[in-house]
Structure formats: structure tokens, C-alpha cells
Ligand binder design. Structure first.
Ligand SMILES: *[C@@H]1O[C@H](CO)[C@@H](O)[C@H](O)[C@H]1NC(C)=O
Ligand SMILES: *[C@@H]1O[C@H](CO)[C@@H](O)[C@H](O)[C@H]1NC(C)=O
Length: 300
């Protein structure tokens, strides 16, 4: 029997993970990320000191006390189980594994039957102004435009989905990584040489002398069928698990079935998908014999 998606399909195209946050939320995250904790504390200290000139000391303290108090109470209530833990919203509390459907959106009968291209796009700002350093806005706008275009033209362009992860390097600079998934390297190259990417590429080439403080990188992994696997436990759909696939309905030819967008996540609590070898489409017994270990319940 073919695999079945663990999540219900949707008739509307789901947003790519990278495009899910509202622009205002993205800006807040980016601001927070690009400046250090001590910078934010000092900004707060300065604002608080200014407030003290205008308002009596007791009242000036109230907002900070009330907000911190409310947050502490909320955290305690969640930790003690008195309040629903909203961090768990949409989390799937058992093993699920992504299986990529074919180009018509139909699942295969065996694991890892499709090849996949993983593309890691990275950028960083080696400059204390972070988000406000010269030309960073242009790079950010270019990236946003590209991911909007990719989402709008999927699945025909071979783009399956993307997300963004931020970290801070040892010098305090912000690094961004955008892992994305594609049907083929050809699709990726078609996009790279297409108008939307060319526009930013052209700009980059023209301004290259001013951009020493902006790092960009990419890595491409073209992965053959039966050579990739993944498992998620207690996670919301993310990375390859947050990609989406179109199963065409028959409305265009007068039928009654709607187009459906399907999630690649498949229940992996039992059967072939329980072990790494099984998810790779290989013989699980090889692995167990070698390591004298059958999959236990440790991940469940
Ligand atoms: C990471 O940085 C990008 C761009 O600066 C921003 O859009 C995004 O919201 C940030 N994400 C987090 C989790 O900080
Ligand atoms: C930008 O420069 C690179 C390397 O010099 C080149 O390969 C590429 O074709 C240029 N791209 C555009 C759009 O001019």
C-alpha cells in the first residue's frame, strides 16, 4: 500500500515555512537577532532612566514589574500544568518521517523513492550595524522577493519549500541559513539564471566593492533515491517535513475533485519507517545484526 500523509490535505496552498511569519514579526526577530543582549538591556536602561525624569519613581517601576510578573506567572502556570502549553501547538508527539510524493502528488509504496536536492543558502553581516549596515537591506529585500517568487511558482518550478535559521558567530555577527528543497538541480539552475535571481545577482556584481562585510554562500546536495531519510519526534512540521506537494484534482476536465496540497509527513511509529535503514529503503536487519540493537521505544 502507498504511504499516506499523517496530516489532512488542504485545498489552499500552504505558505512556505520561510514566508510564514508576518513581516512585522520578521522585523522584530531580525532586530532582536542582529544586536546583542547587552545592547538591548542598555537601550531599555536608557529609556527607563528617561522615564524617571517625567514620572515618579514608584510608577516608573510599575510597567516592568507588571510585565515581568505576568510572564513569570505564565511560565509557572505552563510548567505546573495549570495552563495549556502553547509552545506545543501543532507539534506531532510521536515519530513521523517525510516521504516525497511523485510529481503528481501521489505517494510511493516504498520509502525514499524520489531523489531530492537540498540547497543551503547562507548570508551573514560582518558589521556592528547589523541589519542597518550598508546594502544589507538590498540583500534582505532580494531574498524576500526570491522566496515569494519561488512560493508563487511552485510546484512547476521544482521548489518544494524553505525555512530560515539564525545563529550568532563567535564575533557576535548574525548568520542566516536558508535550507530549501528542490525536485532537481536543473530546477535550481533554471531559477538561478531566471529574471528574479538575476536582478539581485546583477546588483551584487555591480556593488561588489562595497560588500566586503556581507557574506554569502551556498551548498548543493543532489541526493539520489534511497539515499536520504529523516525522522521528527515532538516537532511541528519543519524543514523537509514542512514542504508541500500538489495533487491535482480533475476540476479542469469537468470532474468534481479539488486540487489538494499534501504534507509529506507519514506516521513512522511502526513498520518500515521505524528504523534508519528502513527509511532508506534498505534491509533493517543488516543494521540490527551489526549493532545487535532493534529499534526500541526510546524515541517515542
Ligand atoms: C532571522 O533573521 C531574518 C533576517 O534578518 C529574519 O527575517 C527572521 O525573522 C529571523 N528569525 C529569527 C528566528 O530570529
Ligand atoms: C556575476 O559575476 C559572476 C562571477 O564573476 C558571473 O559568473 C556571473 O555571470 C555574474 N552575474 C551577472 C548576473 O552578471
Amino acid at each position: 500500500m502507498a504511504f499516506r500523509s499523517y496530516l489532512p490535505p488542504s485545498t489552499e496552498k500552504p505558505r512556505a515555512q520561510v514566508n510564514r511569519l508576518k513581516p512585522s514579526q520578521q522585523l522584530v526577530n531580525a532586530l532582536r537577532q542582529h544586536f546583542s543582549l547587552s545592547t538591548w538591556l542598555l537601550v531599555g536602561a536608557l529609556l527607563q532612566s528617561l522615564v524617571l525624569f517625567i514620572i515618579p519613581r514608584f510608577y516608573a517601576m510599575l510597567p516592568a514589574i507588571l510585565i515581568l510578573g505576568a510572564r513569570l506567572a505564565d511560565s509557572l502556570a505552563i510548567t505546573c500544568g495549570w495552563k495549556k502549553n502553547h509552545y506545543l501547538d501543532e507539534a506531532i508527539l510521536h515519530r513521523v518521517s517525510p516521504q516525497i510524493p511523485d510529481e503528481d502528488g501521489n505517494f510511493h509504496q516504498e520509502p525514499a523513492e524520489e531523489k531530492v536536492v537540498a540547497f543551503m543558502l547562507g548570508a551573514k553581516v560582518n558589521q556592528p550595524l547589523g541589519l542597518f549596515a550598508p546594502n544589507v537591506k538590498q540583500v534582505g529585500d532580494g531574498l524576500q522577493e526570491m522566496f515569494k517568487d519561488l512560493e508563487a511558482n511552485a510546484p512547476e518550478n521544482g521548489f518544494l519549500g524553505a525555512s530560515v535559521w539564525n545563529s550568532t558567530d563567535k564575533n557576535g555577527a548574525t548568520e542566516l541559513l536558508y535550507p530549501s528543497y528542490w525536485r532537481s538541480t536543473k530546477d535550481l539552475h533554471d531559477f538561478a539564471y531566471g529574471p528574479v535571481h538575476m536582478k539581485t545577482w546583477d546588483w551584487w556584481n555591480k556593488t561588489i566593492k562595497q560588500n566586503d562585510h556581507i557574506g554569502i554562500l551556498h551548498e548543493i546536495f543532489e541526493v539520489d533515491r534511497k539515499s536520504w531519510e529523516a525522522i521528527y519526534v515532538n516537532f511541528q512540521p519543519t524543514l523537509l517535513g514542512a514542504t508541500t506537494y500538489l495533487r491535482k484534482g480533475d476540476k479542469m476536465i469537468g470532474g468534481t475533485v479539488d486540487d489538494q496540497w499534501v504534507s509529506p509527513l507519514v506516521d513512522a511509529r511502526s513498520g518500515k519507517l521505524r528504523s534508519s535503514a528502513g527509511r532508506l529503503g534498505r534491509d533493517p536487519n543488516e543494521l540490527y545484526d551489526k549493532h545487535t540493537l532493534a529499534p526500541g521505544g526510546s524515541y517515542e
